[in-house]
Design a protein around this ligand. Structure first.
Ligand code: NI
Length: 140
């Protein structure tokens, strides 16, 4: 069977800081640098959600982009956009709000809903800056 992937992009803006409560202030700044700024800093995040499936010949696709867009809006953009990732997002509580942890969290939020639609989540790619991004492919 021929399988294809489709990818939907979404964007959100959010604030965060990297901080380890178990460390001294000095060590936090030594490890995290300006990412440890007490009064937060922001990023314009860009997320690419890729799903895989087999084309239904009657439609020519396996998942309507509108459906994918709606799931990303509900489970990624609404909970994260214009939020403080450290304080406002329950599924990030107790974790560092690094791009790595965030991409895993986004996967975990989306995957059950995509599975319900009969789709396989292939990859989530999250850009924290133009030059830095993380990929997650699920647990191996
Ligand atoms: Ni940052």
């Amino acid at each position: 069977m021929k399988q294809v992937t489709i990818t939907r992009r979404a964007r959100f803006n959010a604030a965060h800081k990297l901080w380890n409560e178990g460390w001294s202030e000095e060590k936090n700044f030594e490890v995290f640098g300006k990412c440890a700024n007490h009064n937060w800093h922001g990023h314009n995040y860009e997320v690419f959600v890729t799903v895989r499936g087999t084309i239904d010949e009657s439609t020519g696709y396996f998942m309507n982009f509108t459906e994918l867009k709606a799931l990303i809006q509900e489970y990624v953009e609404e909970p994260l956009d214009h939020k403080n990732l450290n304080l406002d997002v329950p599924w990030l509580f107790g974790k560092q709000t690094s791009v790595e942890n965030l991409v895993i969290g986004i996967w975990e939020q989306l995957e059950p809903h995509l599975a319900k639609s009969g789709c396989v989540l292939e990859r989530v790619r999250l850009y924290e800056t133009e030059n830095n991004y993380a990929d997650y492919y699920g647990e191996s």
